[in-house]
Design a protein around this ligand. Structure first.
Ligand code: HSE
Length: 299
């Protein structure tokens, strides 16, 4: 019996649309019991709507991997502990796909490296800004190259925490991408390239005072603000309360602020209060940054 633990992730971090992301110390687990009749059991805070049969995304991902490597599909019992809220911009589908791949790879004797698993995960999920930090931990940059998705770890153990403000409404990624215009102006592209560069410098040099400017974006956040009442005001409230920087998490509706331990109360309260003024109910949690990515261990 073994357990695969997969972190939640926050993608984009402002200007790093589809390429920057970080892993959070909030986890889903998959407990795999080999040589047992097929069965899926669900535990944890988020079970509603998750199928416990062969249509389950984790199971389908496992079968996909075994077919890919020509490994006979074994009979297993799976228990999921789901603590990552789905459809909130915290990488729950990446966690399912990365978790399924790591579990299937472990069961087959680990024929694939992490880099090879990333290529499969990216082909299935399509959001490297979530799957790379889910596999590697830390703050990551994903670069599409002719040879595949190149992962770079900008900071394995950054010296900040995250306030994650999770509205109690769901937002589907397809819808949140659908409202983005297909083309961007050269001016906005230059703005985002320069700000993403600054953000990368902030992470590598651990100069977090650069995050406030570095996390500014013109490619998706203003456009998505229409779907999340009070979003821009809440990001501003986070800055005012002392956050290093703040952004929409992935495609939302969760908002993330990067903070010092000492500012966690002020930042959490000001973000919740501001969202409340727009009649959005949300919960704030303070999380450390995960530095390992998905792990598999014998239980
Ligand atoms: N980069 C993606 C988006 C994140 O913003 O649409 C998907 O979680």
């Amino acid at each position: 019996m073994f357990r695969v633990k997969i972190p939640a992730t926050s993608a984009n971090l402002g200007p790093g649309f589809d390429c920057l992301g970080l892993a959070l110390q909030l986890y889903n687990s998959i407990i795999v019991e080999p040589s047992r009749p097929f069965e899926i059991s669900l535990t944890g805070s988020y079970r509603d709507g998750i199928p416990a049969d062969e249509s389950n995304l984790v199971w389908r991902t496992m079968c996909h991997f075994w077919k890919l490597i020509h490994y006979p599909i074994p009979s297993v019992a799976l228990t999921f502990e789901n603590n990552i809220p789905p459809s909130r911009g915290l990488g729950s589908s990446s966690a399912a796909i990365v978790g399924g791949l790591v579990a299937a790879n472990t069961l087959a004797g680990s024929p694939y490296s992490k880099y090879e698993l990333l290529q499969v995960a990216n082909a299935l999920e399509g959001h490297p800004d979530n799957v790379t930090p889910a596999l590697y931990g830390g703050v990551t940059l994903s670069i599409p190259t002719e040879g595949g998705m190149l992962p770079r770890i900008l900071s394995q153990k950054p010296n900040f925490k995250a306030v994650v403000v999770i509205p109690n409404t769901l937002l589907n990624t397809t819808k949140a991408r659908g409202i983005l215009p297909p083309d961007v102006s050269r001016k906005d592209a230059v703005f985002n390239i320069s700000h993403a560069g600054l953000l990368i410098e902030a992470f590598i040099r651990e100069e977090y005072s650069l995050l406030k400017e570095g996390m500014r974006d013109l490619l998706h956040q203003n456009q998505r603000a229409a779907l999340i009442p009070g979003m821009l005001e809440t990001l501003e409230a986070a800055f005012q309360a002392g956050a290093y920087g703040a952004a929409l998490s992935g495609s939302g509706p969760t908002l993330i602020a990067l903070i010092t331990e000492t500012s966690k109360k002020e930042v959490s309260q000001s973000m919740i209060t501001t969202l409340g003024q727009y009649e959005v109910n949300a919960q704030a949690i303070v999380l450390g940054i995960d530095s390992c990515g998905a792990t598999s261990s014998i239980t």
